[in-house]
Design a protein around this ligand. Structure first.
Ligand code: MV4
Length: 456
């Protein structure tokens, strides 16, 4: 069986571009790399069959420019485009333009990207599919404040007002009491109009100390869908994840499997194609859907490590019309995996710290995987994401994985720049992290000196 394309344009940079280039090689596909000026020293550009400069330095007139990316595909004869994550990966207009040009986006149909990008619509579809959601408003909050109050009283306080066009933590307001609703709606709406050109808001019951749990899915064009594993992504700061693991520690495996089946049913109901992630909040033994990501995610390797499935290869295969290479019965979760995001940042203040890498000694050994585009002499440019490496370990148990991570962090050497490595080394020894007695507010509390950051 062959795919409907033989050449893939990698519309991204850095470690994920390298990850996609490797997957193309494994599948016997030709690949094209694109880059901005002064960003031509990336490792994946030596691995692809052809590389093309599409614009000036900085992301705006290159990686983020729909027309330039499409022109690169046309110029090089690439029939498919892998957007990676970030940049154009969840841009429904770009996905539509790719479809209109007769090319294949390695991702779901544009209509699904658009629907899931509208958080009110995503919530509506999940409720219809039987995926658990928080008590909340249906449709957009009305302009009329008396009506808004009636709807919000039914939801219950405290609640959170969110922008339908937001997501990932942008455009939210916590509302403790009805007396605070009017001001919250007013400021949230102004921010939403400004940031997303969409003033639609919705309200949900607010959870004070949830964990962030997500479910990875894969679906093909024939209507097959599988869930691969759950991940815990609670260790984050200002909505930037720092560490992720699979599976989530301490959850009922029966309950997670039930949730996975609900996600699969939602995929089949909407005609989902490709890799996707259902994000949930987890509190007091219950899961509540918050958002769906219609792209490959940074943390996909932890799921690959515990399932043995090459998620990027499956993404490319199903985009090219092939069926999923695995059935749900063939998916098993073995052991435990942890990913530490190594960012070129000051580990205390998290300020980006670009510069030239003078020393790079990646760690190794059983169960150790490094996803990085680093090499000695590479200069990290200032205008892009500060992620420079993902250190991923796999162990038979969570404690084994933690031990392997400690060893690998200690072995890794990165010279010339500051990185988040010391923070990860500290985390591996923290009691609350060790027992997963944490919430999405864990890291903030820990760094503030608020006890050990635990929920207690
Ligand atoms: C919430 C919540 C509590 N209750 N929704 C923030 C990012 C966006 N994806 C959803 N977010 C939240 N939604 C209700 N009803 C708390 C958060 C939240 C959060 C969620 C996931 C990961 C990190 C977070 C950090 C702060 C708040």
């Amino acid at each position: 069986m062959t795919l409907t394309f033989d050449t893939v344009l990698i519309a991204n940079r850095g470690e994920v571009a390298l990850r996609i280039a490797r997957a193309c090689k494994v599948l016997g596909l030709a690949s094209v790399g694109l880059y901005a000026e002064r960003d031509d020293t990336q490792r994946h550009l030596a691995l692809v069959d052809r590389a093309i400069c599409i614009g000036p330095a900085g992301p705006g007139k290159s990686y983020l420019d729909k027309e330039r990316v499409l022109r690169a595909a046309n110029l090089t004869g690439a029939q498919a485009i892998h957007p990676g994550y970030g940049f154009l990966s969840e841009n429904a207009d770009f996905a539509q333009a790719v479809e209109d040009a007769g090319l294949t986006l390695i991702g779901p149909p544009a209509g699904i990207i658009r629907a899931m990008g509208d958080k009110i619509e995503a919530r509506r579809q999940m409720m219809a599919a039987g995926v658990p959601c928080l008590p909340g408003t249906e449709g957009a909050l009305p302009e009329d404040m008396a009506q808004a109050h009636t709807l919000c009283d039914a939801v219950g306080y405290p609640l959170i007002v969110k922008a339908s066009g937001g997501g990932g933590g942008r455009g939210m307001r916590v509302v403790q009491t009805p007396a605070m609703l009017d001001a919250a709606i007013q400021t949230a709406r102004q921010e939403a109009i400004h940031a997303f050109a969409n003033g639609n808001l919705y309200a949900e019951r607010f959870l004070t100390s949830p964990r962030h749990i997500e479910i990875q899915v894969l679906a093909d064009r024939a209507g097959n869908a599988v869930w691969l594993s759950d991940r815990d992504c609670s260790v984050q700061r200002r909505h930037q994840k720092l560490l992720e693991e699979a599976p989530a520690h301490g959850l009922s495996r029966v309950a997670v499997a039930e949730l996975g089946r609900q996600c699969v049913a939602a995929c089949q109901r909407m005609g989902y194609v490709g890799a996707g992630t259902f994000e949930f909040l987890y509190e007091d033994g219950q899961f509540y859907f918050i958002e769906m990501n219609t792209r490959l995610q940074v943390e996909h390797p932890v799921t690959e490590m515990v399932t043995g499935i090459d998620i990027v290869a499956e993404q490319i295969r199903v985009a090219g019309g092939l069926p999923l290479s695995i059935s749900q019965e063939q998916v098993t979760i073995q052991g435990h995996a942890i990913e530490c995001r190594i960012n070129a940042e000051d580990p205390q203040k998290f300020i980006p710290c670009p510069g030239t890498v003078t020393r790079w000694r990646p760690p190794g050994g059983p169960g150790v995987r490094v996803e990085s585009h680093l090499y000695e002499g590479y200069t990290i440019p200032p205008s892009y994401d500060s992620l420079i490496a993902k250190l991923v370990v796999h162990g038979a148990t969570r404690n084994d994985a933690i031990r392997r991570m400690k060893a690998a962090l200690g072995e890794m050497e990165i010279g010339g720049i500051q990185t988040t490595t010391p923070l990860h080394q500290r985390l591996m020894d923290e009691r609350a992290f060790g027992s997963s007695d944490i919430s999405v507010h864990y890291l903030e509390k820990l760094l503030n000196g608020d006890g050990d950051g635990s929920n207690a």
